[in-house]
Structures are given as C-alpha cells and as structure tokens.
Design a protein around this ligand. Sequence first.
Ligand code: SAM
Length: 242
Amino acid sequence: MTGTGPPPPQWIMRPDSLLASVLRRLKHSFALERVRVVFVDWRIRRKMERTFARADPFDYSRSAFDQDRHAAILGVLGPPPLGRVLEVGCAEGTFTVELARHCAEVVAIDISATAVARARERLKAGGIDNVTLVVANIRSWRPVRLFEFDVVVLADVFPYLGHRTAPAEFAALVKRVTTWLRPGGRVVITSWFASDEERRAREAHAACFLRQGLRLEREEIRGAGLDRPGLRYLFTVLRVHG
Ligand SMILES: C[S@@+](CC[C@H](N)C(=O)[O-])C[C@H]1O[C@@H](n2cnc3c(N)ncnc32)[C@H](O)[C@@H]1O
C-alpha cells in the first residue's frame, strides 16, 4: 500500500524532530548556559593559575604590543587625577600601577589568586596605597555601591568570558557593568584578535554595551606590526549618558 492517506496532525512530531526541538530549546536555555559558564570559568581559573605559576607570563613588562594597549588606555583617560576606576582582570598588576598613578582610587580584580598575590607585592614595592585588590570572578563580583566608577577598564579580559558559548550570561554581565558606572562614566576595552572572525566576535562585545544605551566614542584597530606576530587588538571606548 502506498502512503496516500491524509498527513498526520501537526501536533504529532516525528521522534527525530522532537529530539531536535528539545536540543534546540536546551541550547538556548539559561540553565544550560549557567552550566557552561561554570565549566568555562573553572577551566579559565585553572589555566590562569598554571599560567601565573611563572612571573610575567604575558611578557607585559617588555612587550611593545601590550605597552601600546596600556598607553592607548591611559591616553583616553585624560590627565590625572581621575576619580575611581575599576580594572577587571588586573593580572599581576603591571597596568594597575600605571592606573594608580592616574587615579584617586582603583579597584582591581582578577580570578587568579596567584596573580593578585603578585600584584599585591608589586604595589607594595612601589609604595602604592590607593588600590583595592580583590580575587574574584567578574561574573559574581558586586561593588559595594552602584554608579560609583568613573571608568571600567576591561583590558584583554572579555575574550575569556565565553561571549559565544553563553550569550545571555554575557549580556547580563554587560548590563551589570553598566550599572557600576556613574552618569557620564566610560568603559574602555582592549581585546586581541588574530582573524576576521575573532575581530567580529570582539566587535559584538561593544554591541552589547550599545544595546544598554552607551554611546560609542571610539573604536580602532591597533597593534599591527608590533611584537605579537599575527595579532592586533580592538580598542573601544563607550560612554554612559549623563
Ligand atoms: C590577558 S590578562 C590581561 C591583563 C591586564 N588586563 C592587561 O591588559 O594588561 C587577562 C586576565 O584576566 C583574568 N580573568 C580571566 N577571566 C576572568 C574573570 N572571569 N574574572 C576576573 N578576571 C578574569 C585572568 O586571570 C588574567 O589575569
């Protein structure tokens, strides 16, 4: 007999399309993102602790590429003294020292306890006492008060936050960061990239801030021809209305 009868009712799903639909829902479920984020952060923390087992693993004290990034950030902050700055992903505090000389107060956080311990030594050796160092994951950290920072610096940290694997979590983080800034405050981002695909992924970070109503003040590609072959970085400055 050939199948010439009426088609099955719409609500009867074939098992394979039912499975596909369940998988699709799971893929976009916030609960599953949470699980992915916990895993991503566990991996990053472990990787960072291994990375910081030796001092200056990113070669920040010598790299022209990274010095260019840091100079670009200081360049847009304007002349000192600046007010309160939050530095996310401060690593061993190489840039924190420079920020501290520009600002009245810096809160610097990093997920790696080893990195923060080294940053603490560096600040002490430099006689710097206007920095609060915190071992924390930016996803769960909360400031004491909202709307208190003049600038949030996110230098080469967003690429670790799994914007693609957990877009809703990333968007929620961006929304929170926005509430930490005082009216007129700025977000300054640097993010390295090696390909057009990575560049587009970095541009998407800024787009999340635009959706929160921030204004794009500057977006530049920098770092070509310096000492990180094949790498460049996206430099972005956004401002909260106010
Ligand atoms: C490539 S380093 C950048 C250091 C510094 N911002 C700079 O540009 O010179 C990235 C830092 O971000 C930190 N990091 C990664 N994920 C983080 C997270 N979820 N919360 C806080 N820090 C994080 C790492 O431990 C690492 O020290």
